[in-house]
Ligand binder design. Structure first.
Ligand code: HEM
Length: 149
């Protein structure tokens, strides 16, 4: 029962984080580029990230905590190789997320406040690349969790 609850929380949080990144990258971004000029588009991203990053922070903490709890029930030594891959990719994804929240996003906010649209667009592009990289890592983590048992 406890294991089911941990897996439920783990997967719900994964869906929130990875689903949010997928939606931002493949749906919101192209639509915003098509319809909005920079002075509207860039503040839209600041407002969107401000909400998404708070919810994602909760999801990231939950993923790591539940993942480690499930891992420890089996023990690092006996865990399938896929779980080790998941742990490594999960920690790398979390480090990238923290970097975006702590360093890149505040820069985007500052540039938007200063009305420096060109600089803000370049910073947003950095976030796009990091989110794209995290999406690739998440595919690897999901593949490792499901195939490499
Ligand atoms: C600190 C990082 C992580 C650790 C320690 C961890 C550990 C675990 C463990 C022990 C399980 C249980 C597997 C089972 O009972 O079959 C699990 C399931 C799973 N994890 Fe993770 N995980 C982490 C991060 C992630 C991330 C970042 C993702 C996806 C982006 C992910 C996706 C999954 C999926 C899809 C399952 C379900 C696998 C299945 O039941 O077949 N995990 N994780």
């Amino acid at each position: 029962m406890m294991l089911h609850l941990l897996l439920f929380l783990h997967l719900t949080s994964v869906i929130i984080w990875v689903g949010g990144m997928f939606f931002s990258y493949f749906c919101l971004r192209p639509a915003a580029i098509q319809l909005l000029e920079p002075k509207l588009r860039l503040p839209l991203w600041v407002a969107t990230f401000s909400r998404f990053f708070k919810l994602t922070a909760i999801a990231v903490v939950t993923i790591i905590a539940t993942g480690i709890m499930m891992l420890l029930q089996v023990g690092m030594k006996f865990a399938p190789v896929g779980w080790h891959v998941m742990l490594s990719t999960g920690l790398l994804m979390s480090a990238i997320f923290i970097y975006v929240c702590a360093v890149v996003y505040p820069r985007l906010c500052k540039q938007c406040n200063e009305v420096s649209w060109l600089a803000a667009a370049a910073t947003l592009n950095t976030i796009r690349k990091l989110v794209g990289f995290n999406l690739i890592l998440s595919i690897i983590a999901i593949a490792a969790a499901t195939f490499a048992r």
